[in-house]
Design a protein around this ligand. Structure first.
Ligand SMILES: *[C@@H]1O[C@H](CO)[C@@H](O)[C@H](O)[C@H]1NC(C)=O
Ligand SMILES: *[C@@H]1O[C@H](CO)[C@@H](O)[C@H](O)[C@H]1NC(C)=O
Ligand SMILES: *[C@@H]1O[C@H](CO)[C@@H](O)[C@H](O)[C@H]1NC(C)=O
Ligand SMILES: *[C@@H]1O[C@H](CO)[C@@H](O)[C@H](O)[C@H]1NC(C)=O
Ligand SMILES: *[C@@H]1O[C@H](CO)[C@@H](O)[C@H](O)[C@H]1NC(C)=O
Ligand SMILES: *[C@@H]1O[C@H](CO)[C@@H](O)[C@H](O)[C@H]1NC(C)=O
Ligand SMILES: *[C@@H]1O[C@H](CO)[C@@H](O)[C@H](O)[C@H]1NC(C)=O
Ligand SMILES: *[C@@H]1O[C@H](CO)[C@@H](O)[C@H](O)[C@H]1NC(C)=O
Ligand SMILES: *[C@@H]1O[C@H](CO)[C@@H](O)[C@H](O)[C@H]1NC(C)=O
Ligand SMILES: [Ca+2]
Length: 521
């Protein structure tokens, strides 16, 4: 309660400060005037619209769709920033009339370049001035090669994607916010997941002044190794699968269901509750031999080759010198529908697209012999410095920056074990046994990639997931309390639409069943 009233008090103070500015001219006139009054470096204002009532607006480019605007009245500013002579970042600012003095930068997903309209709406509905960009190219999620083809022989487009888009979004976005409201944002935040989580991590590493608080979910950190690992995972099951001669390594969906059932049989109860959720997948030493076919049973079972396949998937990926390249796949995550993107029989699309258009600079490449041998070469190219695997967050920490990250333990695309590894890397680099004073990682049992999955996994991490609008249950509001009230979140309570809740723990604490509920110890 105290937190809430403090936030409200601050909001009231900020609003009061804005009244004289507003009185000078109507918000609508001020908004439309931005078209001609803004003169920002390398930036062209494409369109300005004052949206008076909750409505749906249409969105441009490949990501064309409609987006809800619930925080109306707000001022929508569409603009483009030339980052170099061969690259540009398209962006939008949504500036609500009821503004609490906060800036919110947004990230992207996959290899894509869609402006995150859903979270422009979410952020502005929480009274942030929200700014999102296309990450330097107009592209969907990145499954379609056309999206990533824009990287081909365009190193500056890759630089936008790897580190620059979120930076210019922050720099130029803050100038627009300041010009519109007549006062700069008091605090700046960032919200993103997946590629957005990597972008948030990169912002803390490279541009520590850009944000006071960064919420970076399910981050695609150690990006090149993540792509190598995903490609190799798809090879373990024999990709690409030739319909006429299926690989003996392939595991069809019906057989995966048998594997998943056996994983749960061996590991669900490790946490004390049989609920389909493996709270700590790193503790699950799954043995697929238990379902190997026998002389008497050759159905719904694994051949010796398939046993090897499954063992490979659940083993960390090591390089030629024995070094860890990327942690193992999390047992349980294979049951999520998104796992098909890796195990469906195609060579993993992101690896294919990133490999062709950013690493090798070719339109076609045969990945049938793709292996861990490529690690030194991919590391040497590391386009745009995209790896984002660096423990030195000292500049961000020293300027008082706060970092919240979360990762679903049933993430079928990015192993949550990698987020522990990043925590440990930062801890080692900064010689801090615990990062609690500026960096907190929440591991979310049952959660899929960024959201969803099993159990209570909504905690305000994105649009549509703000089921209980308080900082104890909403990670973005928790960040505001940390930055502005110096009250750090010890736990995050997840909810689901049927009203269940679960307390999620910050690493290295564990989520332990005490006979009644899961508690953090
Ligand atoms: C940005 O680049 C485009 C295309 O090169 C050019 O037409 C435009 O004038 C540039 N805008 C600014 C503000 O530099
Ligand atoms: C926006 O579009 C959605 C989906 O088509 C619709 O359900 C909703 O009512 C629309 N909202 C407004 C304000 O028109
Ligand atoms: C404007 O573009 C130039 C190069 O084209 C670059 O050096 C400068 O940093 C850019 N400024 C901003 C604010 O992006
Ligand atoms: C949620 O809480 C935030 C912060 O207190 C507030 O700005 C926002 O208006 C609330 N939203 C709803 C729908 O209650
Ligand atoms: C591909 O192009 C990028 C710049 O876009 C460059 O950094 C990289 O070295 C090139 N790759 C190869 C294999 O030459
Ligand atoms: C054969 O083995 C599989 C895997 O252990 C099991 O799921 C299935 O029920 C067995 N079938 C029979 C007929 O015993
Ligand atoms: C893959 O490796 C096999 C065996 O070494 C070789 O015959 C084949 O040509 C290779 N394919 C490609 C595309 O490099
Ligand atoms: C919410 O979570 C509870 C406990 O995990 C589960 O029993 C229930 O089915 C979930 N509800 C929804 C709508 O997912
Ligand atoms: C389990 O934890 C809850 C919440 O902290 C507490 O209310 C309950 O008494 C605990 N139960 C046992 C058996 O310790
Ligand atoms: Ca369980």
């Amino acid at each position: 309660m105290r937190l809430l009233s403090r936030a409200l008090l601050e909001a009231t103070v900020l609003l009061a400060a804005l009244v004289p500015v507003r009185a000078a001219s109507s918000p609508s006139a001020k908004c439309l005037a931005l078209q001609d009054s803004l003169h920002l470096q390398n930036t062209t204002i494409l369109n300005v619209a004052y949206i008076t009532a909750a409505t749906n607006v249409s969105t441009p480019g490949i990501c064309q769709s409609t987006a809800p605007v619930t925080a109306a009245p707000l001022c929508r500013v569409q603009f483009v920033i030339n980052t170099t002579s061969t690259s540009a970042v398209h962006a939008e600012a949504w500036l609500p009339d009821v503004w609490f003095g906060r800036f919110l930068g947004l990230g992207n997903g996959g290899l894509g370049g869609c402006i995150d309209y859903a979270n422009l709406d979410y952020g502005s509905s929480l009274h942030f001035a929200a700014v999102g960009s296309d990450n330097g190219h107009d592209g969907g999620g990145g499954i379609d090669p056309g999206d990533a083809m824009q990287f081909l022989n365009h190193p500056e487009v890759i630089n936008d994607f790897a580190f620059r888009a979120v930076h210019v979004e922050a720099v130029i976005g803050k100038e627009i916010v300041g010009a519109y409201y007549g006062t700069p944002a008091a605090k700046s935040y960032y919200l993103g997941c997946s590629t957005g989580g990597r972008q948030g991590t990169q912002a803390a590493l490279k541009f520590p002044e850009d944000f006071d608080g960064i919420v970076a979910g399910s981050p695609a950190t150690d990006f090149n190794h993540l792509q190598i690992w995903s490609g190799i995972l798809s090879h373990y099951v024999g990709a690409p699968i030739d319909g006429t001669a299926p690989s003996p390594k392939f595991i069809p969906p019906a057989l995966w269901r048998v594997v998943s059932a056996e994983i749960l049989r061996q590991c669900d109860a490790l946490d004390g509750v049989i609920d389909g959720i493996i709270t700590e997948p790193d503790a699950c030493d799954f043995r697929p031999e238990a379902i190997q076919c026998t002389a008497h049973n050759t159905t719904s079972c694994l051949t010796p080759i398939q046993v090897e396949t499954v063992k490979n998937i659940f083993t960390p990926l090591f390089g030629l010198q024995g070094q860890l390249v990327y942690p193992r796949y999390s047992p349980g995550a294979e049951a999520d529908p998104l796992a098909l993107a890796i195990f469906g029989g195609e060579f993993f699309a992101f690896t294919d697209n990133w490999g062709r258009f950013a690493i090798l600079n070719v339109t076609e490449h045969d990945f049938s012999n793709f292996s861990v041998d490529v690690v030194p070469f991919w590391d040497s190219i590391n386009p745009g410095g995209i790896a984002t695997f660096d423990g030195d967050l000292s500049a961000f920490r020293n300027r008082g920056g706060k970092f919240l990250t979360y990762h679903g333990r049933r993430d079928p695309l990015i192993s949550s074990t990698n987020s522990k590894r990043v925590y440990d890397l930062i801890s080692h680099t900064l010689s801090l046994p615990l990062l609690d004073d500026f960096y907190r990682l929440f591991l979310i049992p049952g959660m899929s990639h960024c959201s969803g999955g099993l159990g209570p996994t909504a905690f305000g991490q994105s649009d549509g997931l703000n089921l209980v609008n308080t900082s104890s249950h909403n990670i973005l509001l928790a960040m505001v309390d940390w930055v502005e009230g110096e009250i750090a979140p010890n736990t995050i309570i997840g909810s689901n639409t049927s009203g269940s809740t679960r307390t999620h723990c910050r690493y290295p604490m564990r989520s332990v069943f005490n006979g009644t509920v899961f508690v953090c110890t």
